[in-house]
Design a protein around this ligand. Structure first.
Ligand code: CU
Length: 455
């Protein structure tokens, strides 16, 4: 096999005879770690190689490596996985090493890395290293730079990481299917000097989307735009964990978009700066302030802000992207008086009720029976009632007493006295409307043109 021969040559190993090759080859490929949990795995410090400050993959984990002759060896396994999208719903996806998205690959600028990809999917695949400068033959485009990786086969990619930044990996073979099934992961290249671009908390996630019919578990892979589950790292709120930080921490959030539409990501509380794109780091003098950063298809953005105490929403600003699957087909009933109709129907079906005539908030308060394996459109509880959110929504939780390296949910924020909106119970005077002089239609017709002539 070509790839095995290439591997031995580059590893500097000598071929000692055909009989022993398969035995050595079995050990030559590092063990593939696998993850069953969808919970955020706090990042371990790098066990060897150059030091770096690891990132926290939201509802994800980082792939361990084996150091061999100064080369970092990773092993990805492309395979069908079951991913919990949020409590109450599991999806049959394709991913890597037990989860979708796959594990985050972290390494350091200047590292030589070798990544094995074993294909346990029912069809061919490849893996493309999105944004990374590398030899053309390592770019992973099926048919163009390499043959497709057959079912059951293992390929090896090897290159040197030339610059630090935020990147992704995903297949470049049948990608409409394979990305609609959840095949993607983050690839973080840390700067050579860990003091450079240092932040206190470094989070990362990929924007992805699925079209899964309520009651089923497998995405429809031919959907082009009309997805019904908008997710971060294949999780929908309230399944997305909070981003926990300590007051005053410099926080970085790296977001990549592998959906089929753009997502304006809005962070409450702290104005932020765009400090990086998939093209590289933005020079300090060229960074621009934002509160909403639009992330186009195939783009990555690194955002940074100084954490201010509180519970701050972070979400996509397309409001239908903070909704889950159930209830998208509900007609608009606002302003429709159907009390009479309901009374008549109740004569036949006592439990019948109509919702939505005063808006949709009651949808969030209701615990309606749902089909098996789906998520209500609006859900999630906060300390003051239903949050009424799903999809691409989470909370930046900033507290004074969070220990360095601790990412556990601190619970709801205790607002200092006098700093929370509250009900006014005094008599509320009627609104004073401005009384403008009434002009009749004839005056307007005469005066309008003359007014313009005067200028
Ligand atoms: Cu969005």
């Amino acid at each position: 096999m070509t790839n095995r021969r290439t591997f031995f040559r580059s590893a500097g190993a000598s071929l000692v005879g055909a009989a022993s090759v398969s035995r050595i080859a079995a050990a030559a490929v590092p063990e593939a770690a696998s993850q069953v949990s969808a919970a955020t795995q706090p990042p371990p410090p790098p066990p060897n190689g150059r030091p770096y400050n690891p990132i926290v993959t939201l509802n994800g984990w980082s792939l361990p490596w084996r150091m061999k002759d100064g080369i970092k060896e990773f092993h990805l396994v492309a395979e069908p996985v079951v991913r919990e999208i949020a409590p109450g719903m599991k999806a049959n996806l394709w991913g890597y090493n037990g989860q979708s998205p796959g594990p985050t690959i972290e390494a350091v600028e200047g590292d030589r890395i070798r990544i094995f990809l074993t294909n346990r999917l029912p069809e061919v695949t490849t893996v493309h290293w999105h944004g990374l400068p590398l030899p053309s033959g390592m770019d992973g485009v099926s048919g163009l730079t390499q043959p497709p990786i057959g079912v059951g086969k293992t390929y090896v990619y090897e290159f040197v990481l030339q610059r630090s930044g935020t990147f992704m990996y995903h297949p470049h073979a049948d990608e409409m299917t394979q990305m609609a099934m959840g095949m993607m992961g983050l690839f973080i290249v840390h700067p050579k000097d860990p003091r450079q671009l240092r932040v206190d908390r470094d989070f990362g996630f990929i924007l992805n989307a699925y079209d899964i019919e309520p009651g089923s578990a497998t995405p429809r892979v031919n959907t082009m735009l009309d997805f019904n589950l908008w997710t971060w790292n294949s999780r929908a709120f309230p399944g997305i964990e909070p981003l926990v930080a300590r007051s005053g921490d410099r926080v970085r959030i790296r977001v990549g978009n592998l959906t089929m539409t753009n997502h304006p990501i809005h962070v409450h509380g702290s104005p932020m700066e765009v400090t990086g794109t998939d093209g590289g780091w933005v020079p300090r003098t060229a960074r621009w302030p934002e509160v909403t950063v639009d992330i186009a298809v195939g783009q990555m953005r690194a955002l940074e802000f100084d954490a201010i105490p509180g519970d701050w929403a972070i979400h996509c600003h397309k409001s239908h992207h903070t909704m889950n699957a159930m209830g998208h087909g509900v007609p608009t009933m606002i302003g429709v008086d159907h009390r009479d109709l309901v009374r008549k129907i109740n004569g036949l079906i006592p439990e019948y009720m109509v919702m939505g005539d005063k808006g949709m908030h009651e949808m969030a308060e209701m615990e309606m029976p749902l089909p098996e394996n789906t998520l209500p459109m609006m859900t999630g509880d906060g300390p003051f009632g239903p949050v009424g959110m799903g999809g691409m929504f989470s909370v930046v939780k900033v507290r004074d007493d969070v220990r360095r390296g601790d990412y556990t949910d601190p619970g709801p924020y205790a607002h200092p006295p006098g700093t929370r909106a509250h009900e006014v119970t005094d008599d509320v005077p009627p609104p004073a409307r401005a009384s403008a002089p009434q002009a009749d239609a004839a005056t307007l017709q005469v005066r309008k043109p003359r007014g313009h002539e005067g200028h």
